[in-house]
Design a protein. Structure first.
Length: 163
């Protein structure tokens, strides 16, 4: 079987067009997801997966001009996000929970600070915290952002950071 040059060129052009459409659709889907996440209210957040909650926080802080890095989904060393603010690194543990967030989340963010060379840490949840989480966070300088503070962030379109 013999191909002439015109057929080969047409096949190459068709292949390139298919690849371009694929990447365009992927880009548009990501952009749509970002827009949808940024328009979320607390009830939408309650229905997100843990991974999408992390992405919501990523886009939210990024929208406000912060340099933000999502850590890998596995082996994240206790932090889901690393935020750079005024030359300081802040590690964030994101917990999209139905129940109260316990001491383990605070321990994870404390453990991640050395690995990511962070000066501060935060745990952000759509829920509330246990008393032991408050005690450990206070004694280690960890900022806890619970449901009410998250609602305030969303409603006022304003980020919260450690002091």
């Amino acid at each position: 079987m013999q191909f002439d040059t015109q057929h080969v060129e047409q096949l190459i052009l068709l292949s390139a067009s298919i690849v371009a459409v694929f990447f365009l659709l992927k880009f548009m889907r990501k952009k749509h997801k970002k827009k949808r996440l940024l328009q979320s209210n607390i009830y939408d957040i309650d229905l997100l997966s843990g991974e999408d909650f992390e992405k919501f926080l990523y886009y939210f802080y990024k929208k406000h001009g912060y340099r933000v890095k999502l850590t890998s989904l596995t082996h994240d060393f206790g932090a889901d996000l690393v935020i750079k603010s005024r030359g300081k690194r802040i590690v964030v543990q994101a917990k999209r929970y139905k129940e109260r967030v316990g001491i383990k989340a605070v321990q994870e963010v404390i453990g991640s600070m050395a690995y990511y060379k962070a000066k501060q840490g935060m745990v952000i949840t759509n829920s509330y915290y246990t008393q032991s989480a408050y005690v450990l966070a206070k004694s280690n300088g960890i900022t806890l952002i619970g449901r009410n503070a998250l609602i305030h962030m969303i409603t006022n379109d304003k980020v919260l950071l450690p002091k």
